[in-house]
Design a protein around this ligand. Sequence first.
Ligand code: NAD
Length: 288
Amino acid sequence: MSASIIDGKQLGAEIEEGLKSSVSKMTASSRAPHLVVVIVGKDPASFVYVRNKEKACKRIGIRSTRYDLPEDSNHDDLISLVRKLNDDPEVDGILIQSPLPSDFDEIGITEMIRPDKDVDGFHPVNLGRIVTGRTDGMLPCTPSGIMKMLEWTGESLKGKKALVIGRSRIVGMPAALLLAQRGIDATVTISHSKSEDLESLCRSSDILIAAVGKPDMVRKEWVKEGAIVIDVGINRVEVGGRIRLVGDVEEGASEYAKWITPVPGGVGPMTISMLMMNTVRAAEARMY
Ligand code: NAD
């Protein structure tokens, strides 16, 4: 068997196409949705991620503004900027690009963003809503992108065994909650750095979400025949003197899986499309 590809680039493009009409309606009747991205310091990967977000805004017609704070700015500079953006009626979404320099309290800053402008979906109010079964708010972008990809396969997840590898606040934990929600109804296991026997957990899972950041940590032969594999990991590895992007799942897993996401071109583009969706939703909630 060779797995069918869940093409995140294609699916993300379709989602963006759907957003364009809402954006042009809003722009005609009032103003374009407005996303503000803040970068602190000079992390080169952050600039690449932010550029991709800016390009997506441009494709859809969302206004984007970037604030570059120097490496030596302090916590108070960032707090006053967040306060200003919270109060600005012309700003719909605020995103503080991670990682912040090590002396910043990243979680504390996230908590200062107004929940209705928290387009990353990391504020405790937005994460907490998922626990209560509400999925109509600002959902964290990577987990909601994963759910869209699963939905796109048309496979029923009801009663299926899902394994989420990784329990981070931004990917693993919310993804597990979304899979277990009423209506999706997967039976979810979360594995993490202290879990034992990852191999058996993988071998018995119908749905496998790998979100760790370690290349090849899921061996291809661990994938259950017919499973759905969502590879969230983004790892830079050197192959023959060149840097390649690979996921957490060993190449060749498509021999076993029924559906699989590529890296790159899988979860990454979906994460950006979900950010665009959150921004449009945030703007609609403010304008209508
Ligand atoms: P993180 O470092 O915050 O979390 C990693 C998780 O992996 C932790 O919960 C840890 O307990 C778990 N872990 C570590 N070793 C393990 C092991 N041996 N077995 C099981 N679990 C183990 O990382 P993150 O922010 O959740 O990101 C994970 C990966 O996903 C990274 O490669 C990141 O680059 C990628 N990512 C991709 C996107 C995207 O849009 N494609 C978005 C966010 C993160």
